[in-house]
Design a protein around this ligand. Structure first.
Ligand SMILES: [Zn+2]
Length: 311
């Protein structure tokens, strides 16, 4: 059963909004584009994992995608997938990497080789080890019975070649995503007794879901971009030109001659993503945003104050 579905992460939406709203030649654009590409690759990996998870028995597996919790020591930790079963909990770290990856024992390194170039990455085995410790202490702090916690590192691109130094003991927990099903069958056999009933599992998964706090970064601050650098005005849905003009009740693009009645909706959404620090518990209604917009940033939609629209 999917308790927390996979959704496009807020930070990706913010990065996309930022790229729509800075100049084509802005000096920080390449860095932002690179960061977005990395995050999109990760998200794509998570999306392809959904397919493999769809084969699992709904009554036995409770699935939470991208659950982000705050540990007792005030650190946030995010798990790509958390699977709850009556016998054990399983953290899955998803990697969408092309090329050849090597787990090396001596320095606990994780190296990717692509077109003859080696590049070091944060070792995902180390990553899941820390996530396990944090989840374990989080569960304890919530006064939930502590089941065994297992972890896997899953590579979603079938073309990734995985190599491991024979001394890397944890390599049995590294695999391609298409082997997930058989790996779970193996895991199931490792444990005899159940720790939870279905009802208890549902209660725990809802409790965890309630504690989820989505990453909500101030994207302008992160890239040290001033509000004045943001292109204001309604954006053309056809050719991305900013700003559109208001002509007899519609938005009109001088560049591509497109006419639109509702192009301002996307602009308000950009405003929300770039300025509005929304509450992690959910999305505020757009009308709320537009109220705030009227008070605080009334030049975001328009170059002048002479035009008003009702949203
Ligand atoms: Zn246009």
């Amino acid at each position: 059963m999917i308790i927390k579905p996979l959704e496009k992460p807020l930070t990706i939406k913010k990065l996309e909004a930022l790229l729509r709203r800075i100049d084509k030649n802005h000096p920080k654009r390449p860095q932002i584009e690179q960061d977005l590409a990395k995050r999109l690759a990760g998200y794509k990996g998570e999306q392809s994992m959904e397919y493999h998870l769809s084969f699992l028995d709904e009554r036995k597996f409770y699935i939470l995608h991208a659950l982000r919790l705050q540990s007792s020591s005030n650190y946030y930790f995010q798990m790509d997938v958390l699977l709850l079963t009556s016998k054990y909990f399983l953290i899955i770290e998803i990697k969408n990497i092309i090329g050849q990856v090597t787990f090396e024992n001596h320095f606990a390194q994780f190296i990717r080789t692509l077109n003859g170039i080696e590049e070091g990455f944060y070792n995902p085995l180390d990553q899941v080890k820390k996530q396990k410790l944090r989840l374990d202490s989080f569960i304890e702090s919530q006064k939930i019975k502590r089941p065994p916690i297992k972890s896997l590192v899953c590579f979603t691109n079938p073309q990734t070649i995985i190599r491991s130094d024979s001394r890397v003991k944890a390599s049995q927990y590294v695999m391609h995503a298409h082997n997930l099903f058989s790996k779970l069958e193996q895991l199931n056999q490792q444990f005899d007794s159940s720790n939870f009933t279905e009802k208890e599992l549902l209660k725990i998964s809802r409790k965890l879901l309630k504690q989820h706090c989505e990453e909500n970064v101030n994207i302008l601050e992160r890239y040290d971009i001033n509000r004045n650098e943001i292109l204001k005005g309604v954006q053309c849905p056809g050719c991305s030109n900013i700003p559109l003009n208001r002509q007899s009740g519609s938005w009109f693009c001088e560049k591509c001659n497109l006419k639109s009645k509702n192009a301002h909706i996307a602009t308000l959404e950009d405003y929300r993503l770039l300025w509005y620090q929304h509450h992690p518990s959910g999305n505020k209604r757009i009308s709320r945003v537009s109220n705030e917009f009227n008070h605080v940033e009334n030049d975001f939609l328009f170059r002048t104050n002479t035009l008003r629209i009702k949203v």
